[in-house]
Design a protein around this ligand. Structure first.
Ligand SMILES: [Zn+2]
Length: 135
């Protein structure tokens, strides 16, 4: 049997890179937004944890798909795109929540190998001063 796993991971990485390069900048996607700070804590079902923080300035890519930190996870990751869109639409300055990775840790993609890594996130959004003026 041919080993297809490395190909699947490469395809996934290439797809994510492509999506990133195709996404537009923060200022184009959310003109009112000046800056967004995203803090994330990942916790693995096996107990391992890690933290990441990202700062998105106006010129940064408005790309809020967070890859799963688990290196053998397939089709996983966390999509914060809709979270950001909702917060910006409501002009909220803070947001927080938790997502669970729905990927698999096996190319068999059976329920025993669900990734289930958890992401707890908090965001701070800073708006341009003139976007808050009424009218
Ligand atoms: Zn995962």
């Amino acid at each position: 049997m041919r080993e297809k796993t490395p190909g699947a991971y490469k395809q996934q990485r290439d797809g994510q890179r492509r999506a990133y390069s195709l996404s537009s900048s923060l200022v184009e996607t959310y003109p009112a937004l000046d800056q967004l700070v995203l803090k994330m804590t990942f916790s693995d079902p096996l107990g391992a944890g890690s933290q990441q923080a990202h700062m998105f300035a106006a010129g940064a890519k408005a790309f809020f798909f967070i890859a799963c930190p688990c290196s053998i996870c397939l089709e996983g990751g966390f999509d914060l795109e809709s979270v950001v869109a909702k917060l910006v639409a409501a002009r909220r300055e803070q947001g927080a929540g938790e997502l669970t990775c729905r990927g698999w840790r096996s190319i068999a993609r059976d329920d025993e190998h669900r990734c289930l890594t958890k992401l707890s996130y908090s965001m701070s959004l800073l708006y341009k001063a003139d976007s808050l003026r009424p009218g």
